[in-house]
Design a protein around this ligand. Structure first.
Ligand code: CTP
Length: 399
């Protein structure tokens, strides 16, 4: 399924400088084209020692610019054309020029004419990377709002080991996506819950459910990319915490999830309850492993309904719930919205293909307080997360 990339149709200028990592720029440009970005390339004369313009022409679909005098106004025209400038790999020499306002080649002149978002991706020997003279230049660029994607450690072209290898392409793509994503949740505290809970029976057994946490993690990631201070309360999952979130609170049981949510909810502006906390927990916990017998009657007691608890707060966040149903039971979702006094509820029929647990896609309907329903087509959870945030913002009364 094609992803809705924030880089789609974005005009991106890629500057390539004279590092042995210059060949990696071909892959970077290719990946940007996969994301359907419009890419133009500037190559410094030093980069021509490592890579031919033809490789980058084939990857980008346009002839790279290689000199200041080829087209007299190229530096100004490219600067006004671009929406994002990525310099990868960036040598110590180029970084020095950019930091000092030197404009003696197309890349550095264009940088001076440019005043938008810039990513620099250094690649050099570790001694050069840690040299005070270089650090001063790099720190200055960062102080004026330029984003550095730090190099990785490993064996370098000079044969030594240390920091200096150009960051991975996917890291650069992620940072580029992040930079072009509108920061429409800037500074807002967003509390997201994700995943299942585990209710222990004894030290080795527990009751849980099939939630994977993917939808909640996608929401946390999307909100963080849009500038929110995200607090993620997560039950046990196998997922890696999304980049850029403020904090992750890992919990095990529904009781622990309730405690974490109540602690954070009052100071959050938005709560998205994407988790599937257990509705029941064993009546008793056996500190020893329960021995096998012919029959075992499991006694359960109800857990707290976390959203009903949140309802009791004096100052409540704008609250969004999820309703996982096994059929087109929209009425159930609406009843949950009313009972829990939610601002929005996201209905999903987990029996539908591509909408169930543990898959990368979801198909939902978004239901509002007025019972209005938007049936959203099947899409990647990452894309759906952004769409849900768009709808929350559109309601306009949540802050
Ligand atoms: N929820 C909650 N606390 C619980 C159980 C669920 O806050 N102990 C939240 C879920 O995170 C979700 C919403 O309530 O946002 C609806 O959850 P769902 O499991 O669909 O419904 P329940 O209210 O648990 O009702 P039922 O299990 O009968 O469908």
């Amino acid at each position: 399924m094609p992803k809705r990339s924030p880089l789609k149709n974005k005009r991106i200028l890629v500057g390539v400088t004279g590092s042995v990592a210059a060949y990696k720029a071909v892959e970077l440009v290719r990946r940007l084209k996969d994301e359907e970005a419009d890419v133009r390339v500037i190559m410094t004369s030093a980069s021509l020692n490592f890579i031919t313009p033809l490789s980058l022409e084939l990857a980008s679909g346009t002839k790279p610019f290689t000199g200041l005098w080829e087209e007299p106004l190229a530096h100004v025209n490219l600067a006004s054309w671009a929406e994002l400038f990525i310099i990868a790999p960036a040598t110590a020499n180029t970084i020095g020029k950019l930091a000092n306002g030197t404009a003696d080649d197309l890349l550095s002149a264009c940088f001076l004419a440019w005043h938008g978002s810039t990513l620099i991706v250094p690649a050099m020997n570790s001694g050069m990377y840690s040299h005070q003279a270089f650090r001063k230049n790099l720190d200055y660029l960062k102080s004026i709002g330029i984003t550095e994607i730090t190099p990785e450690s490993g064996v370098l072209a000079c044969g030594t080991e240390g920091i200096g290898r150009m960051a991975g392409i996917e890291k650069i793509i992620d940072a580029a996506r992040n930079l072009v994503t509108p920061k429409d949740f800037l500074g807002q505290t967003v509390l997201v819950t994700a995943g299942p809970t585990r209710e222990p029976l004894d030290p080795v057994r527990f009751i849980s459910n099939r939630s994977s946490g993917k939808m909640g993690f996608a929401l946390a990631r999307a909100a963080a990319a849009r500038g929110a201070k995200v607090i993620l309360v997560s039950g046990p999952t196998s997922l890696t915490p999304p980049p850029g979130i403020e904090k992750i609170i890992k919990v095990e049981t529904a009781g622990q999830m309730k405690k974490a949510v109540m602690h954070e909810a009052a100071s959050s502006l938005l709560l998205i309850m994407a988790a599937a906390p257990a509705d029941y927990t064993p009546d008793e916990f056996s500190p020893e492993k329960i021995a096998k017998s012919k029959r075992y009657d499991l006694k359960l007691k109800a857990t707290y309904d976390i959203l009903l608890e949140v309802l009791k707060l004096k100052r409540r966040p704008f609250t969004v719930g999820f309703a996982a149903e096994t059929g087109p039971l929209f009425e159930n979702a609406l009843q949950k919205l009313r009972k829990k006094d939610l601002d929005l509820i996201i209905f999903n029929d987990v029996t539908k293909e591509g909408a169930g647990f543990d898959c990368g896609t979801n198909q939902v309907s978004i239901i509002g307080r007025d019972a209005g329903r938007e049936d959203v087509p099947i899409m990647e959870k990452e894309d759906l997360a952004h769409l849900i945030l768009d709808r929350i913002l559109a309601l306009g009364n949540w802050s």
